[in-house]
Design a protein around this ligand. Structure first.
Ligand code: WTA
Length: 657
């Protein structure tokens, strides 16, 4: 390692740092002042075992733990195991234990379908559905340890399916409904799923999207024995008798009585595939108790959850945000969540504001890309609606530019609601850096400070701490309960990707800087992962998809800054000899990527090149391509621009290893 790779730019003139917004003056807030936050943070740092053990007592346990954590700071990946000896069940924590008191008849899920249909499930009803689904899965041969793939639209059955799997100790692997059959097939193959739970389709912008059809293409030749299909759109579907079962046949007729078994604290709860630096997605494995402790606790702290809240996280359950802040975190707290099936601009671009008004949403958690789209659609849309029920706004998935932050605060939050900009990853399982709404003064564009118990730093390549405002690498220095345990089936890759870059730390793959108040400003990825509209994609994965086309000799994919999506995908393609590079081919290739991965990976721009720039050792010079792709486009937001150049330097130092 060069050791000085991160000397990058010092950022001194950041406009937004001159603006600080006070926290909510709220004497009900769980953490009501900076002093309270600091005391909590210091305590967690001094006595992590005591701190996490207190957090864990909020869960239901069939058997208490003997030891909070066992880990080895000298082991390549720390080998942390949490709540050793403890036994619990994630579904019992999210559902059953709320049945004993008044929450039994509290709404757990408020659902609105895109066509406008609605459904409300109380905790008692959710319990009944989860038990029935668990019995149905058992009848299909699912037992503890079997993987179940879930490929669903955002309907209540998606959450019920996750919880039914958790109840049985059958780890689920949710595949985002926007992924194509090839991508689904990869994930099924890698997890060796025994059952797929899907729907005939879902509603999106007025169309019935086909899901079952993709499953039919993905399943042959795999380990899948049964496919359970929810009827949602009533479109016609092919049927494989013996393999396929309607949800309403097998679940509705199943018994509502189900005795949950307790599983080891470290029993796998789910794997979730995410993009890394190679073409092959990584199955991030999370285990039961540690994950749930952090999901539950962070929901409570960051969103200051209250019994009367209507909590709306707009993320799809196909992403980690949908796991931790649609399903596990809020439900473990006995909260009411809103679930929406469709597009934010259907039938009109004010659908979200309409829904906030209709359901009296108190807490709204979405991605910067969505906020930037809302900005474009115009201020008059939110202004038409009564958004006074809102008391807290959240942002996640990508850096939020100060302009979008300010718009969110003014036009959606009425200058009244604090914004929590939450930094975390599929790997971290739960929020790591975020303001606490009653305590932390916020600065537009900064995720502010780590949650108590999270030891975060910004360091140089050699692991030494960066000076204030010096760009460096974001790392975590001590295990936390919801950290990933491995990459499914590839422990070596796990050690290499996260623990070998900067020894002794968990390497997040993000560039960041710490300002003189200790606030963290996350800039973006330093590896070959790109973030398009809050969706994490690997440039290599898109390259592989392109190269799999018979006309392509070579391909390189980079991200270029995009005002709306954060980053846009630009592909450089060298066609095979004799192939004519024209618009028709470009169109075919872009569509080929959609068929291989999904619409989310469609290159925004595809350029043909006779050859790709390479180093003498044959590596594609991505930095050069990134520069070519970005052009010298002037951007309105100076912070983002400065961050971009620092990031470029960091990425370069990372790639030069
Ligand atoms: C990015 C999503 C800046 C970051 C929860 C991270 C963010 C990647 C933020 C993880 C934020 C997420 N500010 N960047 N508040 N939140 N990111 O695994 O690059 O889909 O590494 O998890 O998103 O994406 P993932």
């Amino acid at each position: 390692m060069s050791g000085d790779g991160a000397h990058g730019g010092r950022i001194t003139s950041v406009l937004s740092e001159t603006r600080t917004f006070p926290p909510a003056h709220d004497h009900h807030a769980r953490v009501g002042s900076m002093d309270a936050y600091r005391a909590m943070y210091d305590r967690a740092e001094r006595d992590p075992d005591g701190y996490w053990s207190e957090a864990a007592t909020e869960l239901w346990w069939a058997r208490g733990w003997d030891k909070v954590v066992e880990w080895n700071p000298d082991a390549p990946s720390w080998d942390a195991t949490w709540f050793v000896g403890g036994k619990t069940n994630a579904a019992v924590n999210c559902v059953d234990r709320h049945l004993a008191g008044w929450r039994r008849n509290k709404a757990a899920i408020l659902f609105e379908g895109e066509p406008g249909d609605t459904r409300i499930l109380t905790y008692a009803e959710l319990h009944r559905e989860v038990c029935k689904a668990a019995n149905a899965l058992t009848a299909l041969g699912v037992t503890a340890g079997d993987f179940v793939a879930i490929y669903m639209p955002m309907i209540p059955e998606a959450v019920i399916a996750m919880l039914a799997c958790a109840r049985l100790g059958a780890p689920h692997t949710v595949v985002f409904g926007g992924f194509a059959s090839e991508a689904l097939a990869d994930r099924i193959r890698d997890s060796k799923a025994k059952v797929v739970i899907t729907a005939d389709g879902g509603w999106r912008r007025g169309h019935a999207i086909a899901l079952k059809d993709n499953v039919d293409h993905a399943v042959p030749g795999s380990t899948v024995q049964h496919v359970v299909v929810v009827k949602r759109t009533a479109q016609s579907v092919a049927w494989h008798t013996g393999r396929d079962h309607w949800w309403h046949d097998v679940v509705d007729s199943a018994s509502a009585k189900h005795t949950a078994q307790a599983f080891d604290a470290e029993h796998p709860l789910f794997s979730l595939y995410t993009s890394g630096t190679t073409g092959k997605p990584k199955g991030i494995l999370h285990t039961t108790a540690g994950y749930l402790v952090n999901a539950m606790q962070s929901s409570r702290l960051v969103f200051d959850l209250r019994e009367e809240d209507i909590f709306w996280c707009t993320a799809d359950i196909g992403w980690v945000t949908g796991h931790s802040y649609v399903t596990y975190g809020p439900l473990a707290n006995g909260a009411t969540v809103l679930l929406y099936e469709g597009a934010p601009n259907h039938p009109e671009p004010d659908r979200f504001w309409q829904m906030i008004e209709r359901w009296r949403v108190t807490t709204f958690y979405t991605a910067p890309t969505a906020i930037r789209a809302f900005m474009r659609w115009g201020d008059e849309l939110p202004a038409k609606h009564d958004l006074s029920s809102l008391r807290l706004l959240g942002s996640v998935g990508e850096p939020i530019n100060p302009e979008a932050w300010m718009w969110y605060r003014e036009k959606i939050g009425g200058n009244r609601c604090p914004i929590v900009d939450t930094w975390w990853q599929t790997e971290t399982g739960s929020i790591v850096i975020s303001p606490l709404p009653g305590a932390t003064p916020t600065k537009p564009g900064s995720a502010t400070l780590p949650l108590p118990g999270m030891i975060v730093d910004v360091v140089k390549r050699d692991g030494s701490r960066c000076a204030d405002n010096e760009g460096g690498f974001l790392v975590i220095k001590r295990p936390w309960p919801s950290m990933l345990r491995t990459i499914w089936g590839d422990h070596e890759r796990f050690e290499k990707a996260y623990f070998s870059e900067i020894p002794g730390t968990y390497f997040a793959g993000d560039g960041a800087r710490r300002d003189s108040d200790g606030y963290i400003w996350v800039m973006g990825r330093v590896d070959d992962v790109i973030n398009v509209a809050g969706h994490r994609l690997s440039t290599m994965e898109i390259e592989s998809a392109l190269v799999s086309h018979p006309s392509v000799a070579e391909a390189a994919v980079v991200g270029r800054p995009d005002d709306l999506k954060g980053q846009a995908i630009v592909a450089f393609v060298t066609p095979k000899r004799g192939i004519t590079a024209d618009d028709a081919l470009a169109k075919v290739l872009r569509q080929h990527v959609v068929e291989q991965i999904g619409a989310l990976a469609r290159p925004e721009e595809l350029r043909f090149a006779e050859a790709l720039p390479k180093t003498r050792s044959g590596k594609i010079m991505r930095r050069l391509l990134r520069e070519v792709a970005s052009g010298s486009k002037a951007r309105g937001d100076t912070t983002t621009l400065e961050d971009q150049s620092v990031l470029e330097t960091l990425a370069q130092s990372f790639a030069e290893e």
